[in-house]
Design a protein around this ligand. Sequence first.
Ligand code: NDP
Length: 680
Amino acid sequence: MKLENYVTGNWIAGDGEGQQLFDAVNGELVATATTKGLDFDSILEYGRKVGNPALRKMTFHERGRMLRALATHLMEKKEKFYQVSYHTGATKTDSWIDIEGGIGNLFSNASLRRKFPDLPYCTDGDPVQLSKGGSFIAQHILVPKEGVAVHINAFNFPVWGMLEKCAVNWLAGVPAIVKPATITSYLTEVVVREIIASGILPEGSLQLICGNAGDLLDHVASQDTVTFTGSKSTGLILKSNENILQESVPFNMEADSLNCIVLGEDVDPGMSEWDIFIKEIRKEITVKSGQKCTAIRRIFVPEKLLEDAYIAIGKSLSQTIIGNPLNDKVRMGALAGLSQRDEVRNHVKQLLKTSSLIYGDLEDVELVDADKKKGAFLSPLLLLNEKPFYEEAVHNVECFGPVSTIMPYADMEQAVQLAKKGKGSLCCSIVTANNDIARDFVTGAATHHGRILILNNECAKESTGHGSPLPMLVHGGPGRAGGGQEMGGVRGVKHYMQLVAVQGSPTSITAITKVYQQNAKGNTGGIHPFRKYFEELKVGDQIVTGKREITSDDINEFADFSGDHFYAHKVDTDFAGTMFEKQVAHGYFILSAAAGLFVDGSDPGPVLLNYGIDELRFTKPVYPGSTIYVRFTCKEKIPLDKKEENDIPKGIVKWLLEIFDETNEQVALGTILTMVKLKE
Ligand code: NDP
């Protein structure tokens, strides 16, 4: 079967016979892949001219709903993907991580839309006051880039690798060109066929290249973004591509990572944390046969427990059944191919020059239902390096397979130093029940890691584990790990957007951001905003209320009614040395009195309920005899999806609440939220 490339709106087979791709378990031919004859310049241009405009004009909410629809569709097709995934040597669990983990990223980013406005672009941070009079301000905004996201992926996660990246660039409003590692691209192709056939994405949002990337990177331009996952050596070559440098194309790299786990000094073999530690290591060595960028390559234990630890790990590894992933009993499958196995063996041989093999056999492995001469199988391997400060290969060589090295440390300071010897890693874990140890480790090792897991009895049951990158958390590490960042919720979306500081009057900034800015012109007159349905309300709709005098009796009554008899609200307090001159009104009373002024709704109307307060500041004391009034402005509108069929259709409306006294000075400022009915 010759794989096809989905480019410029068509499925196209490349010229020539192409590279042969083999089943990792039985060595049989699965497919061939070639990109010969493809015009990479046109492919990029198609993404920019067709996919980009379609996506960038959609709002975040529309793009999020699109991701949800796609995720639901792919879940329905998942069995098909599992069947193909077995060819990569993956067990059911391995495939679950790749396939459903990838689809989970789509769901997660679909929900992330709620953190963004219902606009194609968004604000970044708070507005900045640039003038005394308040007529000149600035706001950072983010707009989708006008290019494409080019993703060059590794062989180990043919589905997750594509979806974890694309979910983010699609939410940002940017199309993707995916180039999976050729060796497992037959699985990516099956998934892309389903995505394209579903018609859920606008045409041009996704193109697929199965095989050599040709001169693709020679045509990327400044509005494009390139991400790379793979080996450090390839990453360096691509990162220094002249065109990428000339065009200042953002290049996000995720490469080799010598992740570690540390056993805290407080843990001994009688504690549940000991079992948690051993279990986590076994999982990280055997899941995906250790072919995970986050897998634990280095294990650090207090020197007094070194022997106990390696015996326990070896025992645990010996329970792993290895073989044909189609057999239900099998817990560890094959590596992705024979060349991968050769590479891992060569790297292990390098490590064995300065360490010894404690568990496993580099050349032999016992298998269930599989032929070791045909499949890319390798035994789990545990190595011991007793001098980790002198024998440094273990901190430099990544064995991308079921291999890890155990090492001793003398104290926490040494554990931190050893963790940092990886020169930058995607993640690390510490297993400890002592939070002082956890704090010392985290603050010491944080500079060299993208993510740190503190594992103990309190969280182990629900922990997502050392090796799982999560869509809402940053995935990436400094230094050797490539210095890149992927995902991370809202942070990840920003990678595909251009940040621009916009300066102008509050009224101009309101018009652009659709968020009312203080001192902008309001729309006064007409009916009370509480009488308008969600669709009828406009950002900037405003009322200025009548006035109310605040009396000492009001304050006393509020104190009695609420039970809040704080000294500042009592008339007979000695105010010397306090912040106040005399009895002062409760802030919550001022807020309630303000509500009495701005609320209109003695009959049921479009406003369904008071939803809460985002922020509230009391900026000036209100003394008896003061007169307050309110300026109340529609600040922002957030549509809500219906959860159930017979839900009342509604949205959230944020209101800017400004309360003033008789001198027109502001006494309180807040943002309050209501739920407002839709007319239709
Ligand atoms: P490679 O670096 O060889 O390949 C990664 C990707 O880059 C593949 O899609 C590959 O395509 C592509 N590529 C290679 N050369 C070029 C080029 N000149 N132009 C454009 N694209 C190119 O890594 P592998 O996937 O083969 O993995 C090798 C090693 O990388 C592993 O053994 C492991 O050590 C490390 N690795 C690290 C990961 C991490 O995140 N820490 C993840 C995965 C791997 P093609 O397949 O067509 O060659």
